[in-house]
Design a protein around this ligand. Structure first.
Ligand SMILES: *Cc1c(COP(=O)(O)O)cnc(C)c1O
Length: 456
């Protein structure tokens, strides 16, 4: 059979409130053309993020009911810990309320002024926590990872030659080496098992602990199984174990590949570091057997971790993304290729060349997708990265729109609808105009800034 069906039935539904184009034009104008300002029930298909937006299974919801809310020693913690250790055999597992809390604890130990921390690409909260500690983060992804149309199978790989030179140059100022799987900020592109091992070996050679930001570990393992020599007949669980076996610890957002609506963890092998981390946890998150979570959340995550490595799920998950990317590509829409794990990226600068970068082609496309089809995506370009602390503004490296796909939430007809919206767009795109920013905060302006549409 050619069609890969959703490997689930739907038992509980959330209605989508239908809106018309005219209504949406008013709604987005009232939100000053900032998609973060919309109420989510004014959105038909919400592709703002895949974080915490997945659908939990019947088994997860029933696990929620067995959550034990004891302050210390809850059996829910032990079930959660066993589920993590089954995949990632670290000695210490420390629950947190989100991935960024795990990062904050990690960099309270490893960060600090003068320190340098390499990664394939730091995610923005990772970089934020590193910089808040006074340290600097550096991105050393392979060159292919920065070319939107290069078809390299593992565009998230670490550039090993650059990493070695970096470790030589920065010496004692490097407290640890990190790698992010999949490479979220680089388009959800995977990292090969070979590259994870080689990065670990380099870290070891220089005496540095090696940490994995494992948010999308299952999607990454699926790509390894599909694309890496010698891996096709292995189970996802075995591949996942191999990835983490070479690491000294990990950070995790359980809102991604653990099917949680909230949650995260920090895992470590080193006893002294774990003690230090738990002391920090007690001060900022909670007692070590619940971290920042309720017992019911720990139960949902424990169950979610058994479901995320299911091959039928992963085949469907990655296929959804590839399906959309292939169809958009066939329409002539410039998309980042090959399809990554969790999101579709459209190169708005290339597609709307008549809108200069400082008039925000990504924002123009994101607003138009909402007006035309009720689809909410996210500009990742000059609005997000173009402003500097001194008040000046320059174009970002790229002007992309990200359509992040929530897990198990939408169906193929939603994907077909999305493609139809783009089909219609092909006709009108040259009439789109850019935007100017009329109000903005000093930091992270994309969340709250206000826009005005430029007249054509
Ligand atoms: C989401 C994410 C984080 C942060 O996790 P939160 O749960 O949102 O705090 C860190 N790294 C990567 C790669 C992520 O995708």
């Amino acid at each position: 059979m050619k069609t890969i069906i959703e490997p689930f039935r739907i038992k509980s539904v959330e209605p989508i409130r239908m809106t018309t184009r005219d209504e949406r034009k008013t709604l987005i104008k009232d939100a000053h053309f900032n998609l973060f300002g919309l109420q989510s029930d004014d959105v038909l298909i919400d592709l703002l993020t895949d974080s915490g937006t997945g659908a939990m299974s019947a088994k997860q919801w029933s696990a929620v009911m067995s959550g034990d809310e004891s302050y210390a020693g809850s059996p829910s913690f032990y079930r959660f810990q066993a589920a993590v250790k089954n995949l990632m055999p670290f000695k210490h597992v420390i629950p947190t309320h989100q991935g960024r809390a795990a990062e904050a604890i990690l960099f309270s130990m490893f960060g600090g002024t003068g320190k340098n921390i390499p990664n394939n690409t730091h995610f923005d909260t990772t970089r934020g926590n590193i910089e808040a500690s006074g340290a600097e983060g550096h991105d050393l992804v392979i060159a292919e990872g920065l070319d939107p149309s290069n078809l390299h199978p593992f565009k998230g790989n670490m550039d090993l030659a650059r990493l070695e030179a970096y470790l030589q140059e920065h010496g004692d100022t490097v407290p640890c080496v990190m790698i992010t799987i999949t490479n979220n900020a680089g388009g959800g592109q995977p990292v090969s098992l070979e590259n994870i091992r080689a990065t670990a070996a380099l870290a070891r050679k220089f005496g540095k602990p090696f940490f994995i930001d494992g948010c999308r570990f299952a999607e990454n393992a699926w790509f390894i199984k599909q694309r890496e020599e010698g891996q096709s007949s292995r189970s996802i669980t075995d591949i996942v174990r191999d990835c983490f076996a070479v690491a000294d610890g990990m950070t995790m957002s359980a809102k991604k590949d653990a099917f949680g609506n909230i949650g995260g963890w920090l895992a470590l092998n080193d006893d002294d570091l774990a003690e230090q981390a738990r002391n920090h946890l007690i001060r900022t998150e909670g007692f070590p057997t619940y971290g920042g979570l309720a017992g019911r959340d720990l139960e949902a995550l424990a169950q979610g971790l058994t479901e995320i490595v299911d091959e039928d799920y992963l085949r469907y998950r990655i296929r959804t993304n590839t399906y959309i990317v292939d169809k958009l590509d066939a329409l002539g829409v410039p998309v980042v290729k090959p399809a990554g794990g969790h999101a579709v990226f459209i190169d708005a600068r290339a597609w709307l060349p008549h809108i200069p970068p400082l008039q925000y082609p990504g924002q123009a496309l994101a607003v138009a997708l909402y007006e035309l089809g009720g689809i909410r995506g996210c500009e990742i370009g000059t609005v997000m990265f173009g402003a500097h602390p001194d008040g000046t503004e320059t174009p970002a490296a790229m002007d992309l729109v990200r359509l992040a796909i929530p897990r198990r939430t939408y169906t193929q007809s939603h994907a077909d609808y999305l493609v139809e919206v783009f089909e219609e767009f092909v006709e009108h795109k040259d009439s789109l105009t850019g935007f100017q920013i009329t109000r903005q905060p000093d930091l992270m302006r994309h969340f709250t800034c206000q826009f005005e549409r430029l007249a054509d």
